[in-house]
Design a protein. Structure first.
Length: 144
């Protein structure tokens, strides 16, 4: 095993061997790599290994780390999108219901975007950006 190299550069065979051994320190390095990038190369390699074989002892724990790391990342991404939607709404100067109506979605759906529980499709993000820009520009022209 290449102890000095970051886990992200290990070949799949090396990760498989590491998972099959009882070396907690190496498992922790793999877990740390998964947490850093839950959809990255190491995570994909581990996912592939877990689909084809079940390394003794650690497979369930590593599988849970992979699943929870991905869930955590996705929740953070939804929250970030929610913050961006808030910025677009605030910039527009419109109320929530008016903004939702003008982008063509029910107010309840728009509220889920603001809370970050659901992420809108990319096309809707573009529509929101355009609406926000249009109303911000109009507001600035009226003030000038």
């Amino acid at each position: 095993m290449t102890v000095g190299r970051p886990v992200e550069f290990w070949p799949t065979a090396e990760i498989r061997a590491a998972l099959e051994n009882d070396d907690l320190g190496v498992w922790q390095r793999i877990v740390a790599a998964i947490k850093r990038d839950p959809f990255g190369r190491t995570a994909r390699q581990v996912e592939e290994i877990l689909e084809t074989t079940r390394p003794y002892g650690v497979s369930r724990a590593i599988s849970e780390v992979l699943e929870r790391s991905r869930e955590h990342l996705e929740a953070n991404e939804r929250a970030e999108v929610g913050r961006h939607v808030h910025l677009l709404l605030d910039r527009s100067g419109l109320g929530e219901h008016e903004f939702a109506s003008r982008i063509g979605v029910p107010a309840e759906d728009f509220a889920t975007y603001l809370r970050g529980t659901v992420s809108p499709p990319a096309s809707l993000m573009i529509r929101m950006g355009r609406l926000s820009e249009r109303f911000a520009t109009m507001r600035n022209q009226n003030q000038g």
